[in-house]
Design a protein around this ligand. Structure first.
Ligand code: ZN
Length: 254
């Protein structure tokens, strides 16, 4: 069970307060880990949301450059106390830029936000570009990550009604269609991430193998996987998919 710490972050432009939650590291429960590095717990991505669009004035800012107040500080309780008339924006109003990631339109909107920020901040430092491109990769993969169950056996065994099964098939088909339509942008982002990863000494080599695999460069992915000396579940799973020429994101654990 993961516990969370409540905090407030202040928009540096209009001074609005935004309420958020971050997991406490000692109790962190990684309930899902994906091959592209996305790790999720019960209610959020592991870690704090690092780039925010203010729900009041639409200013984009980095959380680490803004003022923070944690719930253990006295000032926090003065600000969230409704009696003093202070307006605090809820987490749902700004988390993931306010996009609803349970629906396709929300997933597309999130992709749009990261693409927009990369265009808006062309001279950004390398670390921040890396983060934006990493989140953009996760957002593209979200289109096909965890699709609704639509296999025939779920229908035959009675786990799904015919209506639910047909509806799932339709939703999954639309999501896959969008993912295919975005392949040029998806590959361009993977290419940029490969270049950035090469300049980033602290990145695990498995990340690079995964980027080449997702890009469909199975030759390069196979060469790098051949140099890997660790015998882990992830290494075996990557090798299996490289040999099958499978470039899609997959769940590693959870
Ligand atoms: Zn603002």
């Amino acid at each position: 069970m993961t516990s969370y710490l409540d905090y407030l972050v202040q928009c540096p432009l209009c001074a609005s307060w935004l309420a958020g939650k971050k997991p406490v590291s000692e109790t962190l429960n990684h309930s899902q880990l994906w091959s592209d590095g996305k790790s999720m717990n019960e209610i959020s991505l592991v870690g704090e949301c690092e780039v925010i669009r203010c729900p009041a004035c639409a200013h984009d800012f980095w959380a680490d450059e803004a003022k923070h107040i944690e719930s253990r500080q006295a000032e926090y309780h003065q600000l969230v106390n409704a009696e003093n008339g202070q307006l605090v924006y809820s987490w749902a109003s700004w988390r993931d830029f306010g996009c609803n990631l349970n629906v396709l339109m929300g997933k597309l909107a999130l992709i749009g936000h990261y693409e927009r920020l990369l265009r808006k901040w062309p001279g950004l430092e390398m670390d921040k570009v890396f983060h934006l491109r990493q989140w953009l990769l996760w957002a593209y993969n979200d289109l096909i990550r965890d699709l609704f169950p639509s296999d025939l056996s779920s229908l035959m065994k009675g786990n799904l009604s015919l209506m639910a099964w047909v509806s799932n098939l339709k939703i999954n088909h639309e999501a896959r269609k969008k993912f295919i339509a975005m392949q040029a942008e998806y590959r361009e982002n993977l290419h940029a991430l490969i270049v950035l990863t090469g300049q980033h000494a602290v990145i695990d080599p498995l990340r690079l193998i995964e980027l080449y695999r997702e890009q469909g460069d199975f030759m390069q992915a196979k060469t790098l996987a051949g140099q890997e000396t660790r015998h882990t579940h992830l290494v075996a799973a990557l090798r299996k998919r490289i040999s099958r020429h499978d470039s899609l994101v997959f769940k590693v654990a959870g």
